[in-house]
Ligand binder design. Structure first.
Ligand code: NAD
Length: 390
């Protein structure tokens, strides 16, 4: 493209958490500009947010329906190219569907929808319209996660046998939803959050990370969900046993009552010859543990020589030389950059490269919603082992 891609936003006003992260990520590489939005449920906050972001007053809309309708009527050279959806979970599906049907690409937060049926419907709309949908599963944007995936794919560890993935947080250890925390309030409300709080909010990240790095698919699971804070309506802690399509076994833990934890995402994968470990709180490190060998530490941004050369996927998603920390904002920006490159390539009639296509898609969104649905069904059932079909 000879110009920046034009972005619109639903949600992400001054009253929001993740919207600002999306803007930092989208702007990091200078290929995207913000042109319009319906930034908040509160029109005054939406207007103030637009002013601070230098969005023209006539491109601030009352709601997503007005935005999509009016943007679609603008000349091709002015209207937004894609819509970023950073609203609570129950407000993902309708704006995503309407945007796709009006010719816009979509970036949408996880979980993609609140039900598996909605997710499947959205996939059908993506297929029908040929538009691009990007789902922001942040952790798969890190260079060392991509290196881990590449090493598993090259069979560095032999056949994969065991996957342990954890996402403990402590921020819901109290009944924050009743103490004026707006982000906690909608997450704890089944109508706005979905069937499960902990699995929708962070379990989907863990399940995606396990499938992304291993290249395997979950085919069966056995789940135990709990509500450990008295007075809470939805679950806040869960453990899931996993079976993968190559016979590997897994354990997934997602918890929002792990008091004192921040965002301690961690994955360990073990094959016949060795294993790997990556953690969000130390994201530039990838620990490699081979049978009968000293432990190795791969670091982001190094020009290692063979046989330790970093994969093209790791280097494509690295911006600065080794030793200068890259973190969550860059991982998020990688998702945006790859999405933008793919959306632009499609508009130009060019085939995107494998590195450009490397961002979570509508298929990952469907698997995420299937994960939530089957975890909840397994938890409720006495049969326990539940088939995972998506
Ligand atoms: P939040 O409560 O902080 O912000 C929600 C925003 O949506 C607010 O600006 C609110 O005014 C706005 N909003 C609500 N209804 C609206 C409507 N009808 N029209 C326009 N705007 C409306 O929530 P958050 O923490 O920013 O989470 C938003 C989404 O992002 C959720 O789906 C959440 O799961 C996801 N999220 C993802 C990550 C990640 O790591 N990828 C991290 C945090 C949140």
């Amino acid at each position: 493209m000879k110009r920046k891609l034009r972005m619109g936003m639903v949600g992400g006003g001054k009253d929001a958490f993740i919207g600002a992260v999306h803007r930092i990520a989208a702007f990091m590489d200078g290929k995207i500009e913000l042109v319009c939005g319906a930034f908040s449920i509160n029109p005054e906050i939406s207007k103030q947010s637009a002013e601070e972001l230098f969005v023209a007053p006539d491109r601030v809309y009352a709601d997503y329906e007005e935005m999509i309708t009016k943007e679609a009527q603008l000349p091709e050279g002015e209207r937004m190219d894609f819509l970023t959806i950073v609203t609570p979970n129950f407000l993902h599906f309708a704006p995503a569907k309407m945007a796709l049907e009006n010719g816009f690409d979509v970036v949408v937060e996880k979980p993609m929808t609140v039900t598996l049926d909605e997710a499947k419907e959205l996939k059908a709309v993506v297929e029908k319209t040929g538009r691009t949908l990007c789902l922001t599963h942040t952790y798969s944007g890190y260079p060392m996660v991509k290196q881990a995936k590449a090493m598993v794919k090259e069979r560095h560890f032999g056949k994969i046998r065991k996957i342990v993935v954890e996402y403990p947080q402590g921020w819901l250890s109290r009944l924050s939803e009743r103490e004026g925390n707006a982000g906690a309030a909608w997450r704890a409300d089944p109508k706005k959050s979905g069937l499960s709080l902990v699995m929708g909010d962070i379990g989907t990240h863990a399940a995606h990370l396990a499938e992304y790095v291993s290249g395997l698919k979950i085919i069966e699971l056995c789940a135990d969900l709990s509500t450990l804070v008295e007075g809470r309506v939805l679950d806040d802690d869960g453990s899931v046993l996993l079976r993968f399509d190559n016979g590997a076994k897994g354990v997934l833990m997602a918890s929002q009552i792990s008091a004192g934890e921040e965002n301690a995402v961690r994955i360990r994968i073990y094959g016949e010859k060795g294993g790997l470990e990556w953690a969000n709180e130390d994201p530039n490190n990838l620990i490699i543990k081979m049978l009968d060998q000293p432990r190795q530490l791969y670091r982001t941004g190094n020009a290692y020589t063979a046989p330790y050369t970093l994969s093209s996927f790791a280097t494509h998603n690295t911006r600065i030389p080794a030793g200068h920390p890259e973190g969550l904002l860059e991982a998020f920006a990688n998702i945006y950059r790859n999405f933008a490159a793919t959306a632009s390539a499609k508009r130009e009639g060019r085939t995107p490269s494998p590195e450009e296509l490397d961002f979570p898609s509508v298929d990952d969104g469907v698997r995420g919603m299937a994960f939530v649905q089957y975890v909840v069904a397994s938890n409720a059932s006495n049969e326990k082992w539940t088939k995972f079909e998506a």
